[in-house]
Design a protein around this ligand. Sequence first.
Ligand SMILES: Cc1ncc(COP(=O)(O)O)c(C=O)c1O
Length: 385
Amino acid sequence: MEHLINPLVREIQISGIRKISNLVSTIPGALTLTIGQPDFPTPRHIIEAGQRALDQNKTVYTQNPGLLELREAVANFVHVKYGQTYRPADEIIVTAGASQAVDITLRTILTPGAEVIIPAPIYPGYEPLIRLAGGVPVYVDTRENGLKLTADLLEPYLTDKTRCVILCYPSNPTGQVLSEKELADLAQLLADRELFILSDEIYSELVYGQQHYSIATLGKLREKTIVINGLSKSHAMTGWRIGFTLAPAYLTEHMTKVHQYNVTCASSVSQYAALEALTVGVDDALPMRSAYEARRDYVYDRLVAMGIELEKPDGAFYLFPSIAKFGLSSMDFTMKLLQEEHVAVVPGDAFTSFGEGFIRISYAYSQEVLEESLNRLERFIGKLR
Ligand SMILES: Cc1ncc(COP(=O)(O)O)c(C=O)c1O
């Protein structure tokens, strides 16, 4: 009977990140730098707000796009932090994590054959959802361009079939961010074209030493951009499953229908916790950001001292060093490192084939784990030379 299953679903591969982390669990004493989730606990006051919601029986459906007070808090948060302006009543949807926000966006805007341009290497969560919606991913190789999608690099890929351009900055897996000038150049290129921009800004609170800029704040771009954000990374709330979309009303109206028939609403308890996070906890990310920044500097300096080539990232909690000079594929490098030194990283090809020649190191781990893992990595590459 399996042949009756939707081929679009059958062809989806499980994420390469999960494959490695499943393997790690079978090796005793293995250290892992694989997972993209904060190692900090959810701030206590947010947990308590969730508990209060339970105690007060706030356990029923909310409005489909989420509690109005939460949408108001979202609107205020993104306005104060990034200068984005959205109406709580009809331009914001609270979703089950940023993942569901990506899904409802793509299912609302894509038709069969529609092309979606994606800078690569990239987070592997987009392609399966694009394909399920009948779209066609078109990857732009950013490896020779400092791992950034710039206007010059993008222009040749735009066709009549392009329906969407995905921007994911700060980037998973590269940690790169786009400057205001780089975004302005992209905005100029895209302003008069009939296409949408999906701007995944889930790491917006984790930008080091500079401001986070959003393409949606540049001139006409707001009208064609769906901004995706959420609390998974900023407030260490991955398991609460709270994300949101910010998009003009004409888009939000249709996305809300997909959302409604998909999940009805995000978890009510999590929404009350999110309300606390975006009111009392607006600056909860700041101490975590300082810790990540110090770790980024530590890991970056250690890798440079080992003679490893990499772009210094300004956001998220990943480094994406090149391992090309060791003459092993990224998968072979990763497996050998895991077997010989019991340290797990993610092979670059988990982020499309354009990640070949790289590994992703997550530094959302304690200083002790980072230090010991890097000692092991150093010993490993010493043997490869
Ligand atoms: C770029 C990017 N977008 C979206 C997500 C999904 O976030 P959430 O856990 O809120 O669904 C992730 C998670 O790793 C991510 O890295």
